[in-house]
Ligand binder design. Sequence first.
Ligand SMILES: [Zn+2]
Length: 501
Amino acid sequence: MTAVAELMDYAEVLERFDPVLGLEVHVELNTKTKMFCGCANEFGGEPNTKTCPTCLGLPGSLPVVNGKAVEGAIRIGLALNCEIAEWCRFARKNYFYPDMPKNFQTSQYDEPIAFDGYLDVTLDDGEVVRVAIERAHMEEDTGKSLHVGGATGRIHGAEHSLLDYNRAGVPLIEIVTKPITGTGARAPEVARAYVTALRDLLRAIGVSDVRMDQGSVRCDANVSLMAKDAEEFGTRTETKNVNSLRSVERAVRYEMTRQAAILADGGSIRQETRHFQEADGTTAAGRAKETAEDYRYFPEPDLVPIAPSREWVEQLRATLPEMPWERRKRIQEEWKLSDEALRDLLNVGAVDLVAATVEAGATPDEARGWWVNTLAQEANSREMELGELPITPAQVAEVIGLVTSGELTNKLAKEVVQGVLAGEGAPREVVEKRGLKVVSDDSALLAAVDEALAAQPDVADKIRGGKVAAAGAIVGAVMKATKGQADAKRVRELIIERVGS
Ligand SMILES: [Zn+2]
């Protein structure tokens, strides 16, 4: 292990340097079959059961392009406001790596299918940053290596390695930004917001499962620093396969403080790939970064070029669904949200969850209340995304329904939600198991009311004398006696009835 890198204070980094970002996002398409063969494109499974001579690159096997994957690539390109190439082809990217049994990756080089686009990215405070897209190109995924016997799971210290080629040949789209400059202190936030916006976009067009945790969206973050008076970009590092939105932000911030410390000390940055370490938010050196020449790209001779007709491209453009930003505008109007309320909703990543909860029968206000307040806090304290919480929109709608029908008070509903989150089952099961139903049986409530009035005769007299506000003390006593399971409004009615009679 190398010594822990020295870091520069973030504020000082910004005084002396301007960060330059470049983001490369790999997206696995959710086509039924792989990019160049008929093998199933599914996550996981017994190792090496979803392979054939083509995706293993055995001699004599020939690839055939998956039309659905090309369609997905074009849809992504169009959604990112890109030009779609009239003619493009695949290239061989040559390198030797055990997870690449052919010793080359079929990819695109100087002729990507989509290029010159942009994506508008909204930051937490509503500021919009336009990120220019350099290209979106098609390629195939590699297999997976598993290093056994070491402490870190990395190849260093491992006794042997295992290879699973189920993922080899899965269709990938690599989306590459142009250098993102001028974001200053907000560079880490811009990086996260960009990947978030891209993920939302990909989910909307339905081309990928967009599961960062399963690797169907992976981000490589390029970071370099320019001294304030410099005119050329600095040397960049590429932090590979960052696998959560939060990690993208942390990785960029860490690289900025690490590189600044080296540069300020008169050192130079090595052009290399780096690995992000989830546990402490640092990055560690990987291999020296290859240049395009190292890969000896040449056109793939076994595949015909792709020349999507303009009619087809326009047909695909017409099938694009409502984009996330259009949807946000519509939702704001339909749910009558202020800009702030919409921003809160976006910041906690709750739009889809609230929409699904509304679809399951809740009102927008109720659904928003639960997701943006209670559940967002819960996700925050568990350090996970809101959507990863072990509760579904349908379950939240069910809890809301129980409150509306008077079976639960808000306080009890919170307890039910805690039960669902703790894995005790669906809301109704939690209600049963914990015995949380509101006591709505008037005779049971009356007994508690009578008892409370008898215990506090002075309060009873006050109410009788017209001080209705004094009833609060009796309501409190009844709530305590029923362990919070009484409907407070009904209790108050019964008290007034009782005292008056
Ligand atoms: Zn195959």
